[in-house]
Design a protein around this ligand. Structure first.
Ligand code: RP5
Ligand code: MG
Ligand code: MG
Length: 279
């Protein structure tokens, strides 16, 4: 249940809706629970039918568990159930039906670029942590505008988009503010980061995200990839500038005590283990 905490947060984000309280031992759908009667909620912004959202079920019956006209409705968690035309959260009960703030019924696919460098002193030597004696990694973190929590600068995979492009695009938009710089600047940014982003990144995680927006019928999934600037002379030298859904951006020391959005702390733990860094 540790991976299923934020998906059950009482107050649904951006609303006045309270989830039906789900105790740890009732998360699993296999546990019979006749009293379970979660409220239904879909944000007005989703119901307005923007391009990134599905219509309501009824008039609309998508092809679940397949790639459906460019929209990837497959889950990294395997084949998910569909009941009365609605997909069922593979990890269990969340205390809310409908889509909440999420556009897609079922899996909503995102990508999380974890850009890291070593923390160094004035002479360029790696700084070791006083307790763990391991070198300290730093990663590019953004402060989300929606909830004020620090996070990896990730975002949704557009229909038909390659995940490798999503990783680079979201990093550029949220951490380098590529959406608001003039075209010549944009080209420079692209040139600088494409080297790092076309290098073999380390795939950290692929699957369900414990996101506070998840519901019984819609949930986040991601591919998290670590791009490490080992020599410190590619992205490390780029001026960070928050953009799009990011309010602030900075290099943050990778450490278990730093609270992060959704399951992002877990992804950083995996990165620090892989790179034998302090956690
Ligand atoms: C999280 O939401 C993912 O891990 C990713 O970081 C993020 C994508 O959603 P938006 O940033 O587009 O809101 O679950
Ligand atoms: Mg974004
Ligand atoms: Mg984002």
């Amino acid at each position: 249940a540790a991976s299923f905490v934020k998906s059950r947060c009482s107050q649904y984000p951006g609303s006045k809706i309270k989830r039906f309280s789900v105790p740890d031992d009732k998360v699993d759908w296999s546990k019979s629970w006749p009293q379970y009667s979660p409220p239904s909620y879909t944000d007005p912004a989703v119901l307005k039918k923007p391009v990134w959202a599905d219509p309501e079920i009824g008039s609309f019956s998508p092809q679940f568990n397949t790639v459906d006209g460019g929209v990837d409705r497959t889950s990294f968690e395997g084949k998910y159930k569909v009941e009365s035309g609605k997909p069922i959260n593979p990890r269990g009960r969340t205390g809310l039906t409908g889509r909440g703030l999420l556009g897609r019924w079922g899996p909503n696919h995102a990508a999380d670029p974890i850009v890291t460098r070593w923390k160094i002193d004035a002479k360029g030597a790696k700084i070791l942590h006083s307790v763990s004696k391991r070198p300290i990694l730093q990663f590019v973190s953004i402060k989300r505008k929606d909830c004020g929590e620090w996070a990896i600068p990730g975002g949704m995979v557009d229909p038909g988009e390659q995940v490798s492009l999503t990783l680079q695009r979201e990093f550029s938009e949220e951490a380098l503010n590529s959406l608001s710089v003039p075209p010549t600047e944009k080209a420079k940014i692209h040139e600088r980061i494409s080297k790092l982003f076309t290098s073999a990144g380390f795939q950290v995680y692929k699957g369900y995200v414990d996101d506070p927006r998840n519901t019984d019928n819609a949930w986040m999934e991601t591919v998290a990839v670590n791009f490490h600037d080992d020599s410190g002379n590619s992205v490390s030298e780029l001026p960070l500038q928050a953009g799009d859904d990011a309010g602030q951006v900075k290099w943050v020391d990778v450490d278990s005590s730093f609270a992060l959005y959704a399951s992002h702390s877990h992804f950083l733990e995996l990165v620090s283990k892989e790179r034998k860094a302090h956690w």
